[in-house]
Write a protein that binds this ligand. Structure first.
Ligand SMILES: [Cu+2]
Length: 232
């Protein structure tokens, strides 16, 4: 899979800031919230083309999000998206109820905290195994985990920031990892936590409802194809 990001004048963007340890984060998810992937393509600095080995494993409609920040003072984080249709028989997964505990590869991950429209909230994921806290989380993307949050339905992309001290290189952490997230509107959100342990990255997923906010609730921000789909 390859793509190029062009500036408003149509020139390929060549210079990127490092955000969460990488110049660009590529998130891929099917419209029903299944088949989530988070990868880091390589930039050909001469042409501005990003590419990554890729296989589409299931049919359906996918959203591809490029999360990046152009280099230079005054630039902001941007999220650009495209929709990709993968041919074949597509049977969408049944919409899930809210879920704040997930099991992956023998690990149990519990999500605590709430989402409220227009208000930044702390979300904390706690990793255990066989009922015991996991203290051996490894640094991954500048924290002890990386959280992606998408609004169910249009898959609008939320910016989520890790909280707490930056990991010491080579150090370990756990069992809790905290993030600050703001839901743009009330409704249901799909959350994906990447965490690394024993040199393997696992993804736990959650479904959380955001409550209506106070008087400062922003107007719903429609998600656009190839547009800036998230708030800050
Ligand atoms: Cu990434």
């Amino acid at each position: 899979m390859s793509f190029t990001i062009v500036d408003p004048g149509g020139t390929p963007l060549l210079d990127y800031a490092n955000v969460h340890d990488k110049q660009l984060h590529l998130i891929v998810v099917r419209s029903d919230g299944q088949h989530f992937a988070h990868v880091h393509p390589r930039l050909d600095a001469a042409t501005g083309t990003w590419s990554t080995p890729w296989t589409w494993n299931a049919a359906g409609t996918y959203r591809v999000f490029a999360d990046f920040q152009p280099a230079g003072a005054g630039s902001a984080k941007l999220t650009l998206t495209r929709t990709v249709q993968v041919a074949g028989a597509f049977v969408p997964a049944v919409a899930s109820a809210t879920r704040t505990v997930d099991e992956i590869a023998g690990y149990t991950v519990k999500l605590d905290g709430a989402l409220t429209a227009g208000v930044s909230h702390q979300l904390t994921a706690t990793v255990t195994r066989d009922g015991r806290p996991v203290m051996t989380l490894q640094p991954y993307l500048g924290a002890y985990g990386h959280l992606v949050a998408l609004r169910e339905g249009d898959l609008a992309y939320l910016h989520v920031h890790p909280e707490g001290a930056e990991p010491v290189p080579g150090g370990t952490g756990g069992p809790a990892v905290s993030f600050a997230a703001t839901a743009p509107t009330a409704g249901r959100y799909l959350l994906y936590l990447d965490f690394k342990v024993q040199d393997t990255v696992h993804t736990a997923s959650f479904v959380v409802d955001a409550a209506p906010g106070g008087t400062n609730e922003p107007a719903p921000e429609p998600s656009r194809d190839a547009g800036h789909a998230g708030g800050h």
